[in-house]
Design a protein around this ligand. Structure first.
Ligand code: ADP
Length: 397
């Protein structure tokens, strides 16, 4: 039985998982870990296997050395990589642009194309290219497969993928709604009809992926018809450090009146905004604490966060002509009962009612959280992007 190695390479980090794609949920994860602070004087790399986390501190000069150190760590914990029967490597790629609309077997040309899409994802695609190059060297005898965050949304209808700017400009510069988190939205929206034993071809779904990055999608009969992320993952919901929807004029205003540069505004919106700007932390556990303490700043931030979600629930119900199932997923969606409650509070008139007992606590298994008399089913379905990537990579074996 083969395993799949899944890699998510960032500019100074590599997240990885070794997955058994034939198992479900957490059972599928054989090992998981992180190489962090690559290129810094002090870096860290970890491996978690069988509930035991092994961590090493060392200088990690580059991505290639980082992966090699991980290989040694596997051997150290008795999981020699050569004996794990790795049959494929799946690479998570943020931006596939108009070029890639499905998982793709990686060759030199594909690497070049992913690199060429860097202007649309300057923080991500160049780092993915480095990850692909070092992983192909380390594991040269198995297929490497690129799985794109944008692919699920490649065929969005014109009405929702088009930005109303001169279309020759849009075309020349590849400006459209690409969306992101597609692997998660696809995985969760496929799980829902299976779990409910419903026909996916009749189901109208809204999926709320609320993690550090957050996005929402509207899915009609298996196909996404809208999603909140746009040209980049900056658009849409309020996120950990990203502002989400904002009047584009704020950019001009800051450049003209505050004398900020493009890079400074980019940094402000992507790294210093969202919950970090509102409560000083991008971790929702901090917000939970503030709400428990009735901290006014926390309560305000909570309102801002959930109001944006409600805005999208309303909009997507209108676009879908109603909704059958709303599903929460990812770190916040699975763990924060406050947010799930706040995002659906007062929507009884729209047929959306939670059951407080079902909604309580951290939810690690798929569960319905709406009340018996709720017209719309509300669920929590834990996402598993790595498993979805591994399964897609396996198709090339
Ligand atoms: P990403 O993959 O985008 O980094 P995740 O889906 O792992 O994000 O979600 C991470 C976020 O989930 C954290 O930033 C934190 O805000 C939130 N989170 C994790 N655990 C809890 C919890 N117990 N209660 C509330 N929020 C939580």
């Amino acid at each position: 039985m083969g395993t799949v190695f899944v890699i998510n390479s960032g500019s100074s980090s590599i997240k990885y998982q070794m997955v058994n794609p034939r198992l479900e949920g957490d059972d599928a994860i054989i090992a998981t870990g992180l190489v962090d602070q690559i290129g810094q004087p002090i870096g860290k790399y970890t491996l978690q296997h069988d509930g035991v986390k092994t961590e090493r501190i060392a200088e990690i000069p580059d991505h290639a050395e980082g992966l090699r150190m991980v290989e040694d760590l596997f051997t150290e914990v008795g999981l020699d990589l050569d004996e794990q029967n790795i049959v494929a490597v799946g690479h998570r790629i943020v931006q596939g642009g108009n070029v890639f609309d499905k998982p793709t077997l990686i060759d030199d040309k594909v690497v070049e194309q992913i690199d060429e899409l860097s202007s649309l994802a300057p923080l991500h695609n160049p780092a993915h290219v480095i990850g692909i190059k070092v992983a192909r060297k380390l594991m040269p005898n198995v297929p490497h497969v690129a799985v794109f965050d944008t692919a699920f949304f490649a065929d969005l209808p014109t009405a929702t993928r088009t930005y109303p700017i001169p279309q020759e400009v849009a075309e020349k510069y590849g400006i459209r709604r690409y969306g992101a988190h597609g692997t998660s939205h696809e995985y969760v929206s496929q799980q829902v009809p299976e779990l409910l034993n419903r026909d996916p071809d009749t189901l109208r779904q809204i999926v709320l992926h609320l993690g550090n990055g957050a996005s929402v999608s509207a899915i009609k009969c298996r196909k996404p018809i809208d999603t909140s992320m746009g040209l980049t993952p900056l658009q849409g919901l309020v996120m950990g450090t990203r502002c989400g929807d904002i009047d584009p004029s704020v950019v001009f205003h800051l450049m003209r009146t505050a004398g900020m540069t493009v890079d400074e505004v980019d940094h402000l919106f992507n790294r210093e905004s969202g919950m970090k700007a509102l409560i000083g932390s991008n971790d929702m556990r901090h917000l939970d604490e503030m709400i428990k303490a009735r901290d006014p700043r926390g309560l305000e931030a909570f309102k801002i966060y959930v109001t944006r979600i409600k805005h999208y629930i309303g909009a997507y119900m209108a676009e879908l002509g109603g909704v059958d199932v709303i599903t929460f997923t990812a770190g916040i969606g699975e763990n924060s009962e406050w947010i799930r409650e706040g995002a659906t509070d007062g929507l009884g008139e729209l047929g959306i009612k939670l059951d407080p007992e079902r909604n309580a606590g951290h939810i690690t298994e798929p569960r319905i959280i709406s009340s018996e008399d709720s017209k719309v089913i509300v669920m929590v379905v834990p996402t598993n992007e790595e498993l979805a990537i591994a399964r897609q990579a396996l198709e090339f074996v």
